[in-house]
Design a protein around this ligand. Sequence first.
Ligand code: NAI
Ligand code: 15L
Length: 263
Amino acid sequence: MKRLLITGAAGNLGRLARARLGHLADVLRLSDVAEMAPAGEGEEVVPCDLGDEAAVRDLVEGCDGILHLGGVSVERPWDQIQRGNITGVYNLYEAARAHGLPRILFASSNHTIGYYQQDEVIDTTAPMKPDGLYGVSKCFGEAMASLYHSKFGQETALIRIGSCFEKPVDRRMLATWLSPDDFVRLVECVFRVPRLGCPIIWGVSDNDIGWWNTESAKLIGWRPQDNSERFRAEIEAKPMPAADAPESLYQGGKFTAEPIHRD
Ligand code: NAI
Ligand code: 15L
């Protein structure tokens, strides 16, 4: 690729992508509303609010791929979610349509299905069961990707990320952990596979325990290699949540216990 746009470049995964995925394109165009480190060699830093349609249209121009990590990433009041994740996603897809349909990786979330219980195993055809407004916004993003694929042929990888952090920090994350190395390999596969379409793929490592049928990862040639099991002893040394606590019952964990935040 000549130019890969990374939205949410100031965030956790955006900084990881910036540090480790420069080889995917001649130029990384890095964007966020929050402050970013100045551009280095082979980088462009373009501040942009995803809620600003004209700015997003300019942002996407000249890009061959988009790693869409930007937006609200936890449960928040509706106006914040609406700007970043609803209007922002509409703006992104309209900009992509205006500028030649660059391939998109959409960072979806396990919170699209957070109300499934931890004793259930589901695949990507299971009906959505979002666990909050944030989860609903990711369902919207997946629906937009599907619409633009059917109508215009826009390709998107819908990656339902579990928990992508340096290491799992609680019992639930033994099932939901996506290692940073597996994340990097996953993004490489999305942008290298000749034909993508619009698949849903669980963004989760090769953990011993899990609730998601990860077959669809094969569609892009991605084989996760890490396993949360090596952190089990460390996690089990901590106090365990009660068996009837949200983090023990639901795949979305504590998000199911969040209120609808009004301010
Ligand atoms: P993060 O919160 O660290 O980064 C998101 C970035 O988006 C922030 O830098 C923020 O300033 C930016 N942003 C928010 N509203 C914006 C707006 N209106 N315009 C432009 N930029 C805006 O989140 P993280 O952990 O890096 O996650 C990246 C993406 O992956 C998010 O979309 C998140 O929902 C998704 N995800 C992450 C998971 C994880 O375990 N880290 C799990 C599931 C999904
Ligand atoms: C997410 O969608 C969030 O963006 C991330 O911060 C974690 O909370 C993750 O899900 C999770 O479920 O662990």
